[in-house]
Design a protein around this ligand. Structure first.
Ligand SMILES: [Zn+2]
Length: 104
């Protein structure tokens, strides 16, 4: 390296002053009002510049075909059972904490 190629710390810092990353810019969709990324079609209504570009319903149909129905949805009794078990566990943890506090 030749001496005239040397950069001072401030020269490097000045160059790097333009390297900061900018966060994702989000605006509200003009037609449906939901947040969407700038320069992208709205994922909710499929519109860009108030013009429909994406067929959202087509994608929806694909997704509904792909997603499996969760086992709990088939048996509504199971959901109640799971909820009851969760409540019991929460109560157990709470009572254990109380015991610990009393012990101290
Ligand atoms: Zn929209």
């Amino acid at each position: 390296m030749v001496n005239h190629m040397r950069h001072t710390h401030s020269q490097s810092a000045e160059r790097r002053s333009h390297h900061a990353l900018v966060g994702v810019r989000i605006t509200l969709c003009e037609s449906c009002g939901l947040p969407k990324m700038n320069h992208r079609a709205c994922t909710n209504c499929g519109k860009y510049n108030k013009r429909e570009v994406l067929n959202v319903y087509k994608e929806l149909d694909k997704k509904t075909k792909k997603t499996k129905v969760p086992s709990t949805a088939k048996e509504p009794d199971k959901i109640e059972k799971v909820a009851k078990v969760k409540e019991k566990k929460v109560e157990e943890v709470k009572s254990e904490k109380r015991v610990e506090k009393k012990g101290k």
